[in-house]
Design a protein around this ligand. Structure first.
Ligand code: NAD
Length: 305
């Protein structure tokens, strides 16, 4: 069996794969769609992250492909419907990076509630803004979690441990479990009204695209902090920056963007004075999660074949 890996992967896991399969590893191949389309016909398995576009064009040539391992979660770069019709098994690494994302959400919530980015910039500039900027505690505040799946639930767990009240919105969940009595299932409207922090944990679909937009920001009553680790297109980025400029929200952490790497015109709207944190799609990628995710996909590939 031949497996092609088109993005970065833990090196020990690649060795494990080599003990079981014939492996081609090229972590830059995701950029070269022409070459990928040419060679994909020779492979039984494909392992990707979120950059490789496994679309109709690539799949049209994937005549031997039976297994796609996704080093992470979120399948918006894979045409899963077409995979079904071609009998290709698509395997995400569900839950394997949930702790990393949850830690990112809690640490950025704390930083933004405490206005660390603004204090940092003011101090470096020599302003010593000790009394001019008001900081706060996270304890006792309310977090609204939008999308209550694997990561949303992990974020809820970390939030509760850090003294936050948890509201959860997920139209596909009708009832919380017996061990989730400390959370409240809410409408999106209630989250906009009551949350001090709003954290997004949705897949990118036709339904969730642009879900958080100008009209959502206008409904937010507590100048919340917005944290997006899901997919960039779930939030209208220009509306978000307008909302910050108009004091409808008091800060934001963005780990994902509509275009990655982030486009220049969006960068130009962000200034050092803003209470914000921008990161290059790394909330789920830590030393520990990289090993867990890679190990998991190796095991699944071996089981499958
Ligand atoms: P999941 O499938 O376990 O959970 C997603 C939840 O969203 C489900 O419970 C689903 O019912 C809910 N949902 C779907 N449509 C909704 C809607 N319109 N409104 C509210 N809820 C809705 O997925 P997960 O493992 O929790 O991951 C969530 C997303 O986070 C992934 O799809 C991926 O895009 C993103 N992600 C990003 C990183 C990163 O590094 N930034 C890492 C991991 C995952």
């Amino acid at each position: 069996m031949k497996i092609l890996i088109t993005e970065f992967m833990d090196s020990n896991s690649i060795d494990d794969l080599k003990n079981n399969f014939e492996i081609t590893f090229d972590e830059t191949l995701w950029k070269n769609t022409k070459k990928l389309k040419e060679i994909i016909k020779d492979y039984d398995g494909l392992i990707v992250r979120n950059k490789t576009q496994v679309n109709k064009d690539i799949l049209s040539n994937a005549n031997n492909l039976k297994f796609i391992g996704r080093l992470g979660v979120g399948l918006d770069n894979i045409d899963t419907e077409l995979c079904k019709t071609k009998n290709i098994h698509v395997q995400p690494a569900t839950g394997m990076n949930a702790d990393s994302v949850a830690e990112y959400v809690i640490s950025s919530s704390m930083s933004l509630i405490k206005k660390i980015p603004i204090f940092h910039y003011g101090t470096v500039k020599g302003d010593w803004p000790r009394t001019t900027i008001k900081s706060a505690e996270i304890n006792g505040k309310c977090i609204g979690i939008v999308g209550f799946g694997t990561i949303g639930r992990k974020v809820a767990d970390y939030s509760l441990k850090n003294g936050l009240n948890v509201l959860a919105y997920d139209p596909y969940i009708k009832k919380l479990g017996d061990n989730e009595k400390n959370y409240k299932l809410s409408s999106l409207g209630d989250i906009f009204k009551d949350a001090d922090i709003i954290s997004l944990h949705l897949p990118l679909t036709e339904e969730t695209k642009n879900l958080i937009n100008r009209s959502s920001f206008l409904k937010m009553q507590k100048q919340p902090i917005i944290i997006n680790t899901s997919r960039g297109s779930v939030v209208n980025e220009n509306d978000l920056i307008d909302a910050y400029d108009q004091n409808l929200i008091s800060g934001f952490a963005l780990d994902v963007f509509e275009n990655e790497p982030i486009k220049k015109d969006l960068c130009e709207r962000i200034t050092s004075e803003m209470n914000c944190i921008l990161t290059p799609h790394i909330s789920g990628v830590t030393t520990e999660s990289n090993i867990r995710v890679s190990d998991f996909i190796v095991k699944k590939a071996i089981d499958f074949f």
